[in-house]
Structures are given as structure tokens and as C-alpha cells.
Design a protein around this ligand. Sequence first.
Ligand code: KG4
Ligand code: ZN
Length: 335
Amino acid sequence: MIVLGIESSCDDTAAGIVEDGRERASVVASQDDVHGPYGGVVPELAARNHVVHVVPVVRRAIEKAGLTLDDIDGVAATMGPGLVGCLLVGLSTAKAIARARGLPFVGVNHIEGHLLSIELDEALERPFLGLVVSGGHSALYWAREDGSYGLLGSTRDDAAGEAFDKAAKLLGLGYPGGREIEALAREGNPTAFSFPRPRVRGAELDLSFSGLKTALRLAVEKNPDAVPADVAASFQAAVVETLVGATRRAIGETGARTVVVTGGVSANQALRGAMQEMADHEGAVLRVPPLRRCTDNGVMIAYAGWRRLARGESDPLSLNARAQLPLGPRMSLGS
Ligand code: KG4
Ligand code: ZN
């Protein structure tokens, strides 16, 4: 079964083709140049650019796979969570193709796409603990054998990627900020500044990054001559330790043996290294996607869609985009 997947929840227009659970093609049109001058995604600009890119991106993905539209057996698109104006572009395109070609259609949860992208390379044991860290999301999930999810904790304010992006803006670096901070941090001293490792009292699996952002701003104001690489390295160390700490506590609470870390921030080598060390120490297996699949892509949407379509499931064309789309209900600890 060959499935086309379309992703347009944020600022990347992406299409992927999956055949029987394996990647056949992936095309991503990045809008970094559009949003770079603003240091963050401008929703209206993102939506308009999706309109420009979506059809050429879908066409290129089909060509790259050496196929034609006649070979496609089903169509999937991200239905949420994300920016509604952006989601609508990919979703409408997928529905239009499905309608015109008489193909089954499914709406995919973006977060599930990120988590399951691991399976494009190797089967994933369930249950597993999943940390999704990107520009829009920072949350810990419990993925059960039956395919359902529980939310263990999530950010109370900024997402980890958003924190990287805002820090980069403050340091006068480019957008997206995560990669820039990581590159600069390589030459810096991570102990030069002692930034807080924020914890949410009474909700130890929740995250918070807004205090860290303020601490960074104050440190830069107080130390105008600070070496930028030291600031970047110290900031990155604080984010990494915060994420690793919450994940370690979640392993303690759930007894997870498999831990998935995914989303744009999972491309960060310092995070990957620290997570690996922690997982080894806890006796858990760490699974991270290859770098090209950490950030948003269409293949992960095609894959999550293929799983449902292959089971004979589909969604009606009346399915709507949802800015908020919980992957599962909040799970209380010990339950
Ligand atoms: O998953 P993604 O492409 O989009 C969302 O679903 O949000 O994630 C993008 C985010 C951006 O905030 C970007 O700064 C961050 O991922 N990011 C990184 C790295 N590469 C991308 N953060 C830290 N280190 C990186 N190497
Ligand atoms: Zn994402």
C-alpha cells in the first residue's frame, strides 16, 4: 500500500511517500528565509507560503518516488495540533486529491507522527515513553500496547525549541535558533553561567522554560562582555539537563524500558548524548530518529496515516483542522 502524507502544521511544507511502512520519498520546503527576519514563525506568512509550495512539493515527492498519482492508494495529512491557517492548506490539498482520485483519506495527529517516525527505521516496542520536543511542543507521553496515549507532563509555557529560538534571537543569532545555539555552544564553556534548571513544584513531569529565558536575558544585560559561546553553552546545558531530568523522573514513574526522543530539538547532539547517558544509567533503550526526520517532514505523517489506512480505517472529508489536538488524556501518576 502506497500512502502520500502532507505536513503543513507550522512553517515547513512537506510531503512524503510511504510504501508498506517504508520511506519512498521525502520533500521539505523550508520557510526559514521567510521567518528568519522575525526570529519566529509569523502564522499568516506561513499559511500563504504553504499555498505557494504545497502542490509543487507533493508533485516532487511523487516524482522522487518514481511514481505517478495513479500509484497512490491513500492520502494522509496533519490535522493538528498546529496553526489553523497552515493546517488547512495541507489538509485541504489532501482531501482534494482523495476526492478527485476516489482514495481513502486520514487526518494525522502531528505529535503521533513525530513519535512513530522511529518505526520507519526499526520496529518500536510498546509500551514506550515518548518525549516530543519541538518549536511548538514539549511533552512526555506514555504510549500503550493498544495504540492509545497518556499525557504524563507538558510545558507550562514555552516549548523547548521556542526557548532555543528566543535565546538565539537575544544573542543576535539566526532562525531557527536551535541549530545556531548548538553550533555556537560547541566552542563555549557550559559552566560559565549557572542558569536555573526549572521544575514545576507538585507536577514533576511538567516543564517550564520561560524563567530560563528571563535568566538568560538578565545575564546578557548584566554581562555585556560575556563570551557569546559561553552563554550559548550554558543555556543549552540548562535546557538539556531540564529535559533529561524530567525524562529520568518519567522513567522512574512508569518503569519504561524504551524511551523515544523526537521533534526538532532532538536533533541537538548535546541532548542526544545526555539522554543516551541517562538511558544507559537507567537501563532503558533510547530511540531517536535520524537527523533528517527530527524536524517536521511528510514521511512521518504518511507513516502514521499508512498504519490506519492499512487497517482499513479512514476519515470523512468533513474532518476539520484543530489547533489543539491532545494525543491522549492527562495520566495521573501511578495509574
Ligand atoms: O519539529 P519541528 O521542525 O517543528 C515543530 O513541530 O515545532 O521543530 C523545530 C524546532 C525549532 O524551534 C528549532 O530551533 C529546534 O526545533 N531545533 C533545534 C535543533 N534543530 C532544530 N533545537 C536545538 N538543537 C538543534 N540542533
Ligand atoms: Zn513538529
